[in-house]
Design a protein around this ligand. Sequence first.
Ligand SMILES: Nc1nc2c(ncn2[C@@H]2O[C@H](COP(=O)(O)OP(=O)(O)OP(=O)(O)O)[C@@H](O)[C@H]2O)c(=O)[nH]1
Ligand SMILES: [Mg+2]
Ligand SMILES: [Zn+2]
Length: 324
Amino acid sequence: MGKRPPTPPPQRDLLAGLVVASHGRQLDVESTDGARRSCRLHGRRLQAVCGDEVLWAHATTGDPQGTVYEVLPRRTLLERLDATGRTEPVVANLTQLVAVVAPQPAPDWYVVDRYLAGAAWAGLQALVAFNKDELAATPEASAELGAYVAIGYRIVRCSTRGVPGVESLAHELAGTTSVLVGQSGTGKSSLLNALVPEARAVTQEISAATEEGRHTTTTAALHRLTSGGRLIDSPGVRDYAPALPAVRDVATGFREIHAIGAGCRFQDCRHETEPACAVREAVNGGTIRARRYESYRRLAELARHFATKYPERAPPRTPPGLRR
Ligand SMILES: Nc1nc2c(ncn2[C@@H]2O[C@H](COP(=O)(O)OP(=O)(O)OP(=O)(O)O)[C@@H](O)[C@H]2O)c(=O)[nH]1
Ligand SMILES: [Mg+2]
Ligand SMILES: [Zn+2]
């Protein structure tokens, strides 16, 4: 027999709170008066991430810690896939995702594509921030950025060192709840500090030996922007896989492929070996960038891999972000 959990306090005693950081079962919760305190999760089944709205109370008078009794329904949820294909929540109640890249460390554009696709499936606005813009972009980086603009993504060039500064990024963040995501060392925490000086987030130089970031930030943390928005800094990644829809829906994460795919002969075309595939024709003709198509193919392959391996975990037919 397991121990019975303590009875939750009556509803009227519960207070509204916002999870501003999560350390496993321990949460930092901001109450409506702006005060932040440490809270524990009540019961094994509750799970909360940064951005979650919760109901909490002091379990006993004098307890310095609060206890979270309820996690309120999430409006949006950014998730990731672990190596076994299970989804893990990353940040809740976002409105926008900002994929941060920089000339250094060398950009992994596949990671950017995966975040952009994940944002579409989660129902989030998305843009790309090219940080450290005072360092010259390589021709390759300029071409990739140009390709995102051509398919309708917003690109913001910014720098925490002088010109052009962070004003254009601040403009895109105003009034939103945004997360900064991307490879380690691109300057996510530096951007946060430039936008919210009192955040005082730890930053660290990228490694001279590997030219990669040092994975300085270890947990997502939410901060208030003076513009009224909220900004979440998150740990840098080596790779990222979003929660995947069914294989035939993967193209919905790639705007240009989805749009041109309407012209394929078969309505359920996977754009691989099917005859009269408008997408492959567009790739061959240069209208769809070959690297973006490769990015699509890799994600479709991952979706197929997990669907074959774990048929019982059938993903939603239509990703939540694309439901009307
Ligand atoms: N040249 C240049 N360096 C920058 C700029 N912004 C940040 N950096 C430097 O890039 C390095 C990494 O910055 P961080 O802010 O720690 O990077 P991060 O993306 O938060 O890294 P993780 O927390 O590991 O994901 C630090 O040495 C920063 O000073 C910039 O605009 N220009
Ligand atoms: Mg950081
Ligand atoms: Zn096709």
